[in-house]
Design a protein around this ligand. Structure first.
Ligand code: BGC
Length: 538
């Protein structure tokens, strides 16, 4: 009987690897520098594959490494079928994909379909061609309002601040929901569809296992481009209802892409970066004939508080469950403040981040780990003004994303903490001295380190693929704490308060973010901590 169950599970995981995969986000620019120019690159990532395999993740998601003038650090793509020389070459990409597979790691790459770079051949042609021709029909060009067309065509704001329209010298305006160097494509044009299908095929043929679809909620705009009617429209990872995001028409594109993905062997996946007003709207992106996963930003934005976490977990599972999809969980990425800092920073922030990791990894579905979170890295808040580069900073200096993109430390000492080979130039963002004790090397031999906690959690999770899709069953727990079981044999308890909390002993301790005290069948959970328990019966 047990044997049979195991066989089923094995089939399930090879066939549908993504349903409970742990996917590690590599922000290529800041992960590892292979050639010593101070900027991370593909050979750097390749050299660190053994680290990722040992960490125990299932897949990597690589942020854009395509040819780009880097106005938005690669999210402004000039050539979707080539590698920017800063990051290496196409041969390096091929070698990385093959090597990752040899290490048992799948590879997901970013695709950026909402906009191109203003240096993309299509946009250059559009600028040169002048108003009215087919070259402009690939983007969203309009005449302006007011006398002489001096006002933008509507009141839309860019996510990075300021109007979402820029004017060319010939008088026409073009739409850019992000930076002016990122003109929005016109997805009503069949040529745009054909081009992206060809780009997807290009990378699928090279062997990638899937795509993270950038701004997957943005490609289709409301008919007639109506005004929003107010300012302060949308922020990065916003949930507002606006005529340029989350329009029903985007789902047709995702359906076409799903058909394409399914035409390749081996469960290639699509992951939507979609900002939707509610978990229910988000679930539409992961219907059976659309994307496989969508980032769950509702989980990411939940403050450190028990009731809020329970509510978002329940709602996420319920809405994803309605469409038969796994939920996903994410705490940090390259667009938001690192969660150690969001949860209060310092010792308390780190305690909470460690506990959040055990909570996240105990939930059914797929989890995303942003590079450096396994080291407990905080946001770097004191980068000198002159090194700040993020275009979002122009909107609001407090909102810049440079502080979560600082290169990660590999060694405790030495120049730039081992980010690159000996003689490496200054990293593109300076690394604070406080990163030394948080380096991979410094944490590797320490069983109590955050890195060891992640390694151990991922090992246990892997061993117990049994976690599978089994939903959590909530146990009675004192205020400010969460306790749930997953199947018969496993329980997780989380104390989200700054005080110890007592509850009946749920089982034998497997792993703890901070050691609890156990006495006479009662466990006293440490403040801001999570514990995994083995329960009798399995
Ligand atoms: C990416 C950002 C990027 C934006 C525009 C996103 O949501 O994650 O880093 O600035 O898309 O491409």
């Amino acid at each position: 009987m047990t044997e049979l169950v195991r066989t089923d599970r094995a089939e399930e995981t090879t066939g549908r690897w993504w349903r409970d995969a742990v996917i590690y986000q590599v922000y290529v620019r800041s992960f590892a520098d292979g050639n010593g120019d101070g900027i991370g690159d593909l050979p750097g990532v390749r050299s660190r594959l053994p680290y990722l395999a040992e960490l125990g993740v299932d897949a990597l998601w690589l942020t854009p490494f395509y040819t780009s003038p880097m106005a938005d650090f690669g999210y402004d793509v000039a050539d979707y079928r080539d590698v920017d020389p800063i990051f290496g070459s196409l041969a390096d990409a091929r070698a990385l994909i093959d090597d990752a597979h040899r290490h048992g790691l799948r590879v997901i790459v970013d695709v950026v379909p909402n906009h191109t770079s203003d240096r993309h051949a299509w946009f250059r042609q559009a600028v040169e061609a002048g108003p009215g021709g087919p070259a402009r029909g690939r983007y969203i060009f309009r005449d302006g309002r007011g006398e002489g067309g001096v006002l933008p065509p509507n009141d839309w704001e860019s996510v990075f601040g300021g109007p979402a329209w820029s004017r060319l010298p010939d008088g026409q305006w073009y739409l850019h929901l992000f930076a002016p160097q990122q003109p929005d494509l016109n997805w009503e044009n069949p040529e745009v569809h054909a081009e992206f299908e060809s780009v997807l095929r290009f990378w699928l043929d090279l062997g990638v296992d899937g795509f993270r679809v950038d701004v997957a909620h943005g490609m289709v705009k409301a008919e007639g481009l109506p005004d929003v009617g107010h300012t302060g429209q949308v922020k990065m990872i916003g949930t507002g209802v606006v005529p340029f995001f989350d329009q029903d028409g985007v789902h047709e594109i995702h359906r076409a892409w799903r058909r394409l993905l399914d035409s390749y062997p081996g469960e290639r996946i699509g992951v939507a970066e979609a900002w939707a007003p509610s978990p229910a709207r988000l679930a539409a992106y992961i219907r059976p004939d659309e994307m496989h996963q969508a980032f769950n930003f509702h989980f990411l934005t939940t403050p450190w508080e028990a009731a809020g976490f329970r509510a978002v977990i329940e709602e996420s599972l319920e809405t994803a469950g309605l469409v038969g999809a796994p939920s996903t969980w994410v705490l940090s990425n390259h667009d938001v403040k690192r969660h150690v800092t969001r949860y209060g920073g310092g010792a308390a922030g780190l305690r909470r981040a460690r506990a959040a990791a055990l909570l996240m990894l105990a939930l059914p579905g797929s989890a995303y780990v942003y590079q450096g979170e396994e080291l407990g890295l905080p946001e770097v808040l004191d980068l000198p003004e002159e090194v700040l580069r993020d275009p979002q900073r122009l909107r609001d200096p407090e909102d810049g994303r440079d502080g979560c993109r600082v290169p990660i430390p590999w060694t405790g000492a030495g120049p730039h903490f081992g980010f690159g080979p000996p003689g490496t130039g200054e990293p593109w963002l300076p690394m604070p001295l406080s990163f030394g004790p948080l380096s991979v090397q410094a944490q590797s031999g320490d069983p109590l380190s955050t890195l060891s906690l992640y390694r151990e959690a991922l090992r246990i999770r892997r061993e117990r693929r049994a976690f599978g899709d089994t939903p959590p069953v909530w146990l009675d727990a004192p205020g400010g704490t969460l306790a749930f079981t997953r199947g018969e044999g496993f329980a997780c308890t989380v104390n989200l308060t700054g005080e110890p909390a007592e509850m009946p002993l749920p089982g034998r301790m497997l792993l703890a973010s901070a050691r609890p005290a156990v006495e006479d069948g009662v466990v006293r959970l440490a403040p801001d901590s999570a514990v995994w328990w083995e329960r009798d019966g399995l």
